[in-house]
Design a protein around this ligand. Sequence first.
Ligand SMILES: NC(=O)c1ccc[n+]([C@@H]2O[C@H](COP(=O)([O-])OP(=O)(O)OC[C@H]3O[C@@H](n4cnc5c(N)ncnc54)[C@H](OP(=O)(O)O)[C@@H]3O)[C@@H](O)[C@H]2O)c1
Length: 256
Amino acid sequence: MKNAYVTGASQGIGKEFVKAIAKDYNVFLISRSLSDLNKTIAELEPTSRGILKPLAYDLSKKKSWEELSDVMRKDKDFEFLINNAGFGTVGEFANLDLEKELDQINLNVKALVSLSHTALNAFKPRKKGFIINVASIAGFLPAPGSATYAATKAYVKSFTEAIHEEAIPHGIHVQALCPGLTHSQFHQRAGIEKSKYPGFMWQDAKEVAEESLRALYHNQAVCITGMVNQGVVGLTGLLPRSWIRKGAGKFMDTSG
Ligand SMILES: NC(=O)c1ccc[n+]([C@@H]2O[C@H](COP(=O)([O-])OP(=O)(O)OC[C@H]3O[C@@H](n4cnc5c(N)ncnc54)[C@H](OP(=O)(O)O)[C@@H]3O)[C@@H](O)[C@H]2O)c1
């Protein structure tokens, strides 16, 4: 069995990815908390065919993504990377803690770019490999109230679409996954009140991971999950940019 690496694997969308791919892969689960990773592994092990192993790294730190890259380079069976770890902040940019905004760029963008580079160079000689980079439908919008987050996801979407095209001749599948509102710990961590968004807008993390993997099989460059999210993204292509900015700002408004 070949090896897969999933970042942000202890919960949410990452955990559902592990559950789905552990039928075909040994999986290295990466996040900061070793005890959370071990809990997730204990839960998923009974239904997994592959071996599950924890790797505790804080991927907002350069040293961590470099160490993880070294592990991947030495792994002759490395075939699948899912860059899923990420977090968001909400509020007026000028009032947010700058260090946290910069950590967000480190985790959501720099770690993802570095690990994608490592993976592509490992996969090219083998003429096979898979990369999923988790962006968001926020990557289609400038979002007042979540400026840094939406910008990191716009980067991930654009970057990943470009390397998707470069990877085609090498037999490597690369996807930008763009979910919308998905049940996980993400909103609580960002200080977003989940109940302000109607139920029809939400997907389960399991649905998101499964849709992404189906699309990866067909080598789809961008996977926007769910019909509601596809509709929202479709609309952003039709409306004036000033309306989109204002609408996205209202959507992100955390004042109630
Ligand atoms: N939920 C949504 O509505 C939604 C929508 C669109 C896109 N997304 C994207 O989907 C991805 C997964 O989000 P989720 O909803 O599953 O969130 P989540 O439930 O908050 O899970 C985030 C995962 O990332 C890990 N993580 C956070 N900071 C890390 C760091 N510095 N280094 C390593 N691992 C770290 C967390 O574990 P530790 O805290 O233990 O490190 C956890 O395993 C993110 O990229 C997010 O932007 C989510």
